[in-house]
Design a protein around this ligand. Structure first.
Ligand code: NAD
Length: 256
């Protein structure tokens, strides 16, 4: 279904981003990976699906590096047809104890990076008369939790950016949407489970159970594969009139 399209998935060396990259590759899309840590393993995993794969190590908090990555995609892949803004970080502390440099980093990586990739990718999408932007927000783009001010502010901002860009492209075959996952068991969430386990002296399985029970009525983690399947739907022709949505996949979290 996506043969001939190129997808950039930011923050795709791990977790949700890698899951979405693999799902899009199974539909035939060429993939550009991005993110820190080992990239050879994820690259080989996607390559095994028979598509063209690139990697760019841009730090998503640095606009000049984002510009270099988008130029690399234009040169090596003929542009970015599917843009998945997924890179993100978390830090948990109350506002009056929140380190200002963490605030700046979360806003830069979780929100501003999507503005930069979008401003650079949208002209090519308009020219080619096809494009899909999928912003990975969070339930925290819709509701808040204590201790996550920067993350909640950035994700609410990302949902707002999604809506504004969707209106600007409303008459074009270019759609802009957000996906709002609930808990997904990735390294980002494992750190929060470990912190809970240490703080409350719980065994890891009990810490995991309590984390889910507090917010996610299904008591099950959403998986990267399920999120990938939603991304594939948003890329399909059937989804051409889904615009400016913040689509939750959260086991009922935001239904409460
Ligand atoms: P993860 O920690 O497994 O992956 C994050 C990815 O982002 C990694 O590839 C990492 O290298 C990359 N990254 C981090 N900082 C970067 C930077 N400055 N430049 C480039 N890449 C950078 O996390 P995840 O859980 O897979 O999260 C992915 C996205 O999904 C994030 O935006 C997160 O907010 C969102 N999300 C996660 C959950 C969850 O429960 N895990 C829920 C809702 C939303």
């Amino acid at each position: 279904m996506l043969k001939g399209k190129t997808a950039l998935v930011t923050g795709s060396t791990s977790g949700i981003g890698l899951g979405i990259a693999l799902t899009l590759a199974r539909q035939g899309a060429d993939i550009v990976l991005n993110g820190f840590g080992d990239h050879a393993g994820p690259k080989a995993e996607v390559e095994a699906l028979g598509v063209k794969v690139g990697y760019h190590g841009a730090d998503m908090s640095k606009p000049a590096e984002i510009e270099a990555m988008m130029a690399y995609i234009d040169q090596q892949f003929g542009g970015c047809d599917i843009l998945v803004n997924n890179a993100g970080i978390q830090h948990v502390a109350n506002v009056d104890e929140f380190p200002p440099e963490k605030w700046d980093a979360i806003l830069a990586i979780n929100l501003s990076s999507a503005f930069h990739t979008m401003r650079l990718a949208l002209p090519g999408m308009k020219k080619k008369q096809w494009g899909r932007v999928i912003n990975i927000a969070s339930t925290h783009g819709l509701v808040a939790s204590a201790g996550k001010s920067a993350y909640v502010a950035a994700k609410h901002g990302l949902v707002g950016l999604t809506k504004a860009a969707a209106l600007e492209t409303a008459t074009l075959p270019v759609t802009v949407n957000a996906i709002c996952p609930g808990w997904v068991l990735t390294p980002l969430v494992q750190k929060q489970i470990d912190a809970r386990s240490e703080k409350d002296k719980l065994d890891p399985a009990e810490a995991k159970r309590q984390l889910l029970a507090e917010k996610q009525p299904s008591l099950q983690f959403t998986t990267p594969e399920e999120l990938g399947a939603l991304a594939v739907f948003l890329c399909s022709d059937a989804a051409v009139n889904v615009r400016g949505q913040a689509w939750a996949m959260d086991g009922g979290w935001t239904a409460q």
